[in-house]
Design a protein around this ligand. Structure first.
Ligand SMILES: Cc1cc2nc3c(=O)[nH]c(=O)nc-3n(C[C@H](O)[C@H](O)[C@H](O)COP(=O)(O)OP(=O)(O)OC[C@H]3O[C@@H](n4cnc5c(N)ncnc54)[C@H](O)[C@@H]3O)c2cc1C
Length: 460
């Protein structure tokens, strides 16, 4: 059951869980000697490889980067503590009907340390002063209720709803700015997209687990490391350029050589597929390539700043700086609870803004972040001691952060992308799970789903 049509891991508003309805694992008696190539060593590829390896397949994992984990990337050197460049939260623990988030399950079984990072623990600030959040939260709740009741068409974006709401309730300029700030942080960041591009209908399908957000203090990379433990034939720095599945065997070409197998599982991110940097022979079926073209690849960036001391609101995980013009709301997260005494702050940006800022050099982006911080908490802030800027959009092996439901596309496209398109090639990854898209558990479950399909196909 979903609480709202668009909220999922938003802060200030509480969330409900939904059922997954997807089998977690599958085992069968594989034909001896079955060979499978898995493209990509993110969590979906690793989960598939692990299931297949355990079922007896001969697997080869081909990964372009010099590390595993894909969009899970924990930096341990810049700040001398684990800091997440990519995925940050274990989003919820359990669904209403008892399904446990597979990441949470791993964390419990392995005894990994975590801290609850309640997104409701937030403060609103304007020009260095705290703002009473109650009125704004109520306004946002009214907007969500309005959205719930609104008659929408496939082509309606969140921006359409915002405009209708503003005109129906005759909001003044200040109220409009506050509403837009809340929406920028709650919807824009959540879906990593511009609100004029986010489809109300598609976003309404997003699911998740209840139980709030948690951060693994030892690093999110424990998840891919665990999935990869004991996997043979995991080859790094193998950039796949072509997949030929026209013959009896599939042939995968990398910049270093060629590999052959009975089956190929492709976990390339949606952004990489959209960029067409891998050639498929025969070409992808038209329904699939059209779906890829229509789907949205969101942009989400972080500017991570370390300061000699804390000067921001105490005991809150988030603070949102309200502005009177676009981008309306600037969200900062405070990592004090995760890495106490390291004085780490993260400024977030999404959509076109994130994409545009990626083209700037680090010094310029940090300067922007510091200006936003001054506007939020006051002019007198110390210089940061260390900084880190993320760039998922220009990374050739992700080309964006994660899938978002874009106007003009439906979740039928997500299903289409996840369908095997002949008996030998399978696509999976976070953008192929129709409810848990854009999440780590969604990616893991889709990897296990494809492994199960192959085990079924190749069983004696
Ligand atoms: C900034 C950010 C914040 C996020 N926050 C959260 C969060 O808080 N919680 C959450 O659950 N999820 C979050 N996500 C989403 C989550 O990280 C992804 O949904 C998940 O990690 C995707 O896994 P995947 O295996 O499908 O794809 P990926 O992890 O992208 O794996 C694909 C792999 O394919 C490789 N590859 C690409 N091109 C080639 C090629 N040509 N040849 C060979 N290999 C190739 C890549 O290097 C990569 O390793 C976030 C993502 C980002 C970027």
């Amino acid at each position: 059951m979903k609480e709202s049509r668009i909220a999922r891991r938003t802060f200030l508003l509480k969330l409900a869980a939904v059922s997954l309805g997807v089998p977690m694992t599958g085992r069968g008696a594989l034909r001896p000697g079955t060979r499978v190539i898995v493209i990509g060593a993110g969590v979906s590829g690793l989960a598939a490889a692990k299931s297949l390896h355990e079922a007896g397949a001969t697997i080869t994992v081909l990964e372009a980067r010099n590390r595993i984990g894909g969009r899970i990337h924990t930096d341990r050197t810049t700040f001398e503590v684990p800091v997440e460049i990519g995925a940050q939260y274990v989003q919820g623990t359990k669904s209403d009907d008892g399904n446990v988030n597979p990441v949470w399950k791993m964390a419990q079984e392995q005894g990994w340390k975590s801290v609850a990072f309640a997104t409701e623990s937030a403060q609103l600030v304007r020009d260095g002063e705290a703002v009473d959040a109650e009125a704004l939260t109520e306004g946002m709740e009214e907007f969500m209720a309005f959205l719930e009741e609104m008659d929408t068409e496939d082509s309606d974006s969140v921006e359409v709803a915002v405009r209708k709401f503003i005109s129906e309730f005759e909001l003044d300029a200040g109220e409009i700015a506050d509403l837009r700030a809340m929406i920028a942080s709650e919807v824009g960041l959540e879906y990593a997209g511009d609100i004029h591009a986010i489809s109300i209908e598609g976003a309404g399908e997003a699911g998740g687990y209840g139980g709030g957000n948690h951060i693994l203090t030892g690093g999110y990379d424990q998840v891919p490391n665990l999935l990869a433990a004991g996997l043979p034939n995991l080859r790094l720095e193998e950039v796949v350029t072509a997949v030929d599945y026209s013959g009896a065997l599939c042939t995968v070409t990398t910049e270093k050589g060629t590999y052959q197998a009975d089956y190929v599982i492709c976990s390339l991110p949606l952004g990489v597929l959209q960029a067409e940097s891998v050639r498929f022979t025969p070409a992808l079926p038209s329904a699939k390539s059209k779906a890829i073209g229509r789907m949205g690849m969101g942009q989400l960036g972080k500017v991570i700043l370390q300061f000699p001391e804390r000067f921001w609101p105490k005991d809150v995980n988030w603070f949102l700086s309200l502005k009177l013009s676009p981008p309306w709301g600037i969200a900062f997260s405070n990592l004090d609870r995760v890495t106490p005494d390291h004085h780490l702050l993260v400024m977030w940006h999404s959509g076109t803004l994130a994409k545009e800022r990626e083209s700037l050099d680090d010094a310029t982006i940090v300067k922007i972040a510091l200006a936003e911080l001054r506007a939020a908490v006051g002019e007198s802030i110390p210089a940061p001691t260390r900084t880190l800027v993320t760039r998922w959009g220009s990374d050739p092996f992700s080309r964006g952060a994660y899938f978002f439901p874009k106007v003009g596309s439906t979740l039928g496209d997500v299903d289409e992308l996840g369908k095997p398109y002949n008996r030998k090639r399978h696509k999976k990854g976070e953008a192929t799970h129709a409810e848990l898209f854009a999440t780590v558990p969604g990616a893991i479950i889709s990897g296990q789903r494809e492994a199960k399909r192959i085990i079924h196909l190749a069983s004696v």
